[in-house]
Design a protein around this ligand. Structure first.
Ligand SMILES: [Zn+2]
Length: 497
């Protein structure tokens, strides 16, 4: 991969430096500065008013819920929440912005100086600093018609829908602590999960309620930062990963052929796999920021911040630690369960009902997850409830079913919606746990194999496997393995005396 473009001694010749900016639409009932309902997919321009359409003489009013939601995000990311914060006007013209300025935050953002600890694929943690978390309003939405790509290039005309204009947005800016596309994807995935669990946004990337921009530069290790470019509006994890790969590669190629990187906004086209220049990047001074005179400062005292903090749900990082401590789960399993709240809840319900965390985790991470992935379902849509799975695992624990038989029963539960006990009864399943019957079979088999029996007594423990195999063959795999083991050891020992 490009960031790791490798020399023969395996030291990277180039390294990438990546910072992300994520916009999250808050799912408040109303918009940031007016009473219009926040909607998605409604007929165009049906949720608008003089305030969000930027008519003259109107006054915006700050949405208190949006302040609370942004505070939640800030706290969950370990930010310091500003006691006093104000809004600024960010001036620029675009057809989706009727006021010709966006109300945003500038030098007094709501939260600063946080971090997110990201679990990477190899199990290690990467701490990504959070520079700032601030509140602003979204712009409207332009639809470019008549062109092939849906982009403004080649379009015949453009339509504008102001329903989205004025929707509360939280912008989360990371420090440039990310070095590879894989790390960027892991960060975004885990940030998304965190925000989702806070209940403040739908974080649906396809619908645009979560969007990601990336600042990327490359340098030779140890050198100062290179010139960065900005990739805008990446709306899927795959898009982000691919765009970063391509842009990093492009910058390395340019520098290696003696060119310079220009600070600009670039666009990645997934269809061609190429990046193209969009416009030269604006500097902050281009926007002529000035304090929004129509809004009062927002003052958040300690009591308020502590009240919001107390209302936070258990967060993925905390849950992961708890799952490891409480259930002894491996870190990777705990991270997966903590990142997916419904799956974590499902696991904990099964573990509570069975009293066997290890078996429950094996099943939830194994058969249940495999089924959900294959069927494209969330655990909340699973045909086998936590209670039903616990009943099945109870049959494994009491020796009625072997692990292999339980898998079959599970398949049938998925297919028919029947419960485990019903299926076991219908199919006449259930392993042979009748001690008397098994005892007789074991005795006969030991009797019939004096040679291996003698070997076992000489200390060749592995011969036990041969006997287990014989018993399983005799019982067509239905014998309880633990019981077979115990009986064999007893008979083999007794036979020698
Ligand atoms: Zn409005």
């Amino acid at each position: 991969m490009s960031a790791g473009r490798v020399a023969t001694d395996a030291a990277p010749v180039w390294e990438a430096v990546i910072g992300l900016e994520i916009h999250v639409q808050l799912n408040t009932r109303t918009k940031m500065f007016c009473g219009c309902e926040v909607t998605f997919g409604e007929p165009p321009n049906t949720h608008v008013c003089p305030v969000c359409l930027g008519h003259p003489g109107v006054l915006p009013v700050t949405n208190e819920k949006a302040i609370e939601y942004a505070t939640r995000i800030g706290l969950a990311l370990g930010c310091r929440i500003a006691e006093r914060t104000i809004f600024h006007r960010k001036n620029y013209f675009y057809p989706d912005l009727p006021k010709a300025y966006q109300i945003s935050q500038y030098d007094l953002p709501l939260g600063i100086g946080g971090h997110l600890d990201v679990e990477l694929d190899d199990g290690s943690d990467l701490r990504v600093g959070i520079t700032r978390v601030h509140l602003e309003e979204d712009a409207g939405k332009l639809v470019h018609a008549g062109g092939a790509s849906g982009r403004i290039d080649g379009a015949d005309y453009s339509l504008v829908d102001f329903n989205r204009g004025g929707t509360p947005l939280v912008e989360i800016v990371s420090e440039p602590d990310i070095a590879t596309p894989d790390q960027a994807r892991a960060f975004l995935t885990q940030l998304r999960s965190l925000v989702q669990q806070l209940g403040v946004s739908d974080v649906n990337m396809e619908e645009g309620s979560m969007r990601c921009d990336a600042n990327v530069s490359v340098r030779r290790p140890g050198e100062p930062l290179g010139t960065k470019t900005e990739l805008k509006n990446m709306n899927s994890f795959r898009f982000l990963h691919r765009a970063l790969e391509v842009e990093i590669e492009r910058q390395i190629d340019a520098l290696e052929s003696g060119e310079r990187i220009i600070q600009e906004t670039v666009h990645f086209d997934p269809a061609t796999g190429l990046v193209s220049s969009l416009r030269s990047k604006e500097e902050a001074h281009d926007y002529r920021y000035f304090p929004e005179p129509d809004l009062t400062p927002v003052e958040l005292d300690e009591a308020y911040v502590e009240r919001v903090r107390a209302g936070l749900p258990e967060l993925p990082a905390g849950r992961r630690e708890r799952l490891i401590g409480q259930y002894g789960l491996p870190s990777k399993d705990a991270a997966l369960l903590a990142a997916n709240k419904p799956l974590g809840d499902y696991f904990e319900a099964v573990a509570a009902a069975t009293g066997d965390a290890r078996l429950s985790a094996n099943w939830v991470m194994g058969d249940v997850s495999a089924h959900l992935n294959a069927a494209g379902l969330e655990v909340t849509q699973c045909a086998v409830s936590a209670g039903s799975l616990a009943e099945l695992l109870g049959l494994v624990r009491d020796g009625t079913l072997s692990g292999k038989m339980a898998k079959e029963v599970f398949e049938t539960m998925i297919a028919t919606g029947k419960n485990a006990r019903g299926i076991v009864a219908d199919k006449g399943l259930g392993q042979m746990s009748d001690a008397g019957e098994l005892d007789a079979i074991v005795a006969r088999i030991v009797e019939a194999n004096p040679g291996p029996a003698e070997e076992f007594r000489q200390g060749r423990d592995r011969v036990l496997g041969f006997f287990v195999g014989q018993v399983m063959k005799e019982t067509r795999g239905q014998a309880n393995p633990q019981m077979v083991n115990d009986l064999l050891r007893r008979h083999l020992a007794a036979h020698g005396n």
